[in-house]
Ligand binder design. Structure first.
Ligand code: NAD
Length: 392
């Protein structure tokens, strides 16, 4: 099969196995290039391990610290006629590299919100690892089935309190236009908290502790985005922000409930960048195109692997953590500091349909977007026949 990108709106519906493999290899090389990282995790469970920040966490654990990794993700396998998802191919590539490096790697593909997958993971840990000493929670999902009731909850991306009109960039039509978003109802806010809040993170940690598979002093972190004024109306202070606030509650609850095991839970705030999750959020493609422009000029631009490499070295396993008043690890300072935000705001105010490509780094954004699916990767022949039936 010859595989070229099929873009529909904010998503690409296919993926290139060789390209995905090259992107995984690039991240591994980055982490290995950091040299000896010192004390770190030994046995790691990554929930949301196949793309974005979770994949970077898996790579950092395994290739930065030599840890055994058990991943959980929700990806589609390929068929003879249709490619698998990017996360599927990333996972296959990760397994291949881990095997070559003699590193333990197993992945369970299924709904992490369900009791069944939690039970399967626990059995796998018991059988292969004994206990885990780090649990990364990096799920991004638009819906969740409550395992207790079977009810399906959907998240909403809407402002809270009042309607909000702002600029957005339609990646499909190459158009800057205003978008007006009506405020969320109480039910929509509650449903978003149910999907993206801390309940499932807590359920995971409690299930792992009850099964006796958490090592004493186990660390755990869930990822959040806080941002600043430009994104607050649609993110930080919107439905998704309410869900993320619930992670702070969950971190405190985990630390208190699992105090006898000395579990150390923190929310980690990371910078905005292109992932499958962020490209679906209105305003983010425009905002990210502008921050890429500013941060590349400043020399502070980072991708998933640089952010996560820093999180492990400075916060999770270092003594250089920036903690905020909510006990969160802050890795987003290079984006959210006032000077950088002022430059982004100045561009934001000026940007129009006519000057968008000049003022922003949309070319960089689009390149990163294609790379998420294994496309636009240097050195890959996209006219060549490839076998989509890759697995691990
Ligand atoms: P992503 O879409 O790249 O990754 C999501 C992961 O979750 C994938 O591995 C996917 O397979 C898995 N997943 C989704 N639903 C699942 C389910 N039901 N069961 C099992 N696995 C499932 O997203 P991302 O951007 O890396 O986001 C990860 C976390 O980082 C999120 O909490 C997000 O809010 C946070 N974050 C993202 C950004 C950003 O700009 N992208 C910034 C800061 C924080």
């Amino acid at each position: 099969m010859v595989i070229k990108p099929k873009i529909r709106g904010f998503i690409c519906t296919n993926a290139h196995p060789v390209g995905c493999g090259a992107v995984v290899a690039e991240q591994i090389e980055y982490i290995q290039g950091l040299g000896e990282l010192g004390e770190g995790p030994k046995k790691v469970l990554i929930i949301g391990s196949s793309t974005g920040y979770g994949l970077a966490s898996r790579i950092t654990s395994a290739f930065g610290y030599g840890a055994d990794t058990l991943g959980v993700c929700f990806e589609k396998p390929p068929t003879e006629r249709k490619t698998g998802t990017a996360g599927w191919y990333n996972t296959a590539a990760f397994h291949q590299k881990a095997k070559a490096a003699d590193l333990y790697a197993e992945t369970i593909n299924g709904d992490a919100f369900s009791n069944e997958i939690k039970a399967e993971v626990i059995e796998k840990i018991k059988a292969d690892l004994g206990k885990v000493d780090l649990v990364i929670y990096s799920l991004a999902s638009p819906r969740r089935t409550d395992p207790a009731t079977g009810e399906v909850y959907k998240s909403t991306l809407k402002p809270v309190g009042q309607a909000y009109t702002t600029k957005t960039y339609d990646t499909d039509k190459d158009k800057i236009h205003d978008v007006s978003l009506e405020p969320a109802s109480e039910e929509e806010i509650a449903n978003t908290v149910k999907v993206m809040g801390g309940e499932d993170w807590e359920l995971w940690l409690n299930a792992l502790a009850d099964a006796g598979v958490l090592a004493e002093g186990c660390k755990t972190t869930a990822y959040t985005y806080i941002g600043k004024e430009l994104t607050w109306p649609i993110y930080g202070q919107a439905t998704i922000g309410k869900a993320k606030e619930d992670l702070d509650r969950a971190a405190a609850a985990i630390n208190s409930d699992l105090g006898s095991l000395k579990v150390d839970a923190h929310v980690s705030s990371l910078k905005a960048l292109v992932t499958q999750a962020s490209s679906a959020i209105p305003v983010m493609p425009l905002y990210i195109s502008l921050i890429y422009q500013v941060m590349k000029e400043e020399g502070t631009h980072e991708g998933c692997i640089e952010q996560i490499g820093g999180l492990y070295r400075e916060c999770l396993y270092g003594d250089n953590a920036t903690l905020d008043e909510q006990n969160r690890f802050r890795m987003d300072g290079k984006e959210t500091n006032d000077a950088t935000q002022a430059k982004i705001k100045a561009l934001w105010d000026q940007v129009t349909q006519d000057n968008f490509h000049e003022l922003s780094d949309y070319a960089g954004y689009h390149h990163e977007f294609l790379k998420l699916f294994g496309f636009d990767v240097r050195g890959i022949d996209y006219d060549a026949e490839v076998d989509p039936m890759v697995s691990w």
